[in-house]
Design a protein. Sequence first.
Length: 128
Amino acid sequence: MHHALTSPVYRSVAVAGLLLALSAARAATPQPTRRLVLHAVDVPGDVYLSAWRHGDLRVAAHRGPLAPRTFHTRGWGGDGCRWLGTETLEPIDGRSYLYVYSETILDCDAGATPYLMTPRTGVVTVED
């Protein structure tokens, strides 16, 4: 039995099992996140293809200065067109971004009458 416990095969299996267990434990450890809060005026009746459509965003926390970010959301409008909403974030300081939303029509059904585009600007703050 001692030979089985000290064989190269047993050691390889034991090391692989240990690495798998450590990997699983690391994956189960919650990663720190930050909440991105959008501060922009929603015009009643306008439709926005936004990453914030369900509320504030949670993103992985990172060290160092804020970096530019871009979010893309695609969707069909009730106008018979497929749209792309692009949200661009440019750092203002260590806790906030300038927010710019724009839209592009990707394609439309025959005879569709596209909605008017609804660009907007605002600020996104980084909350703990």
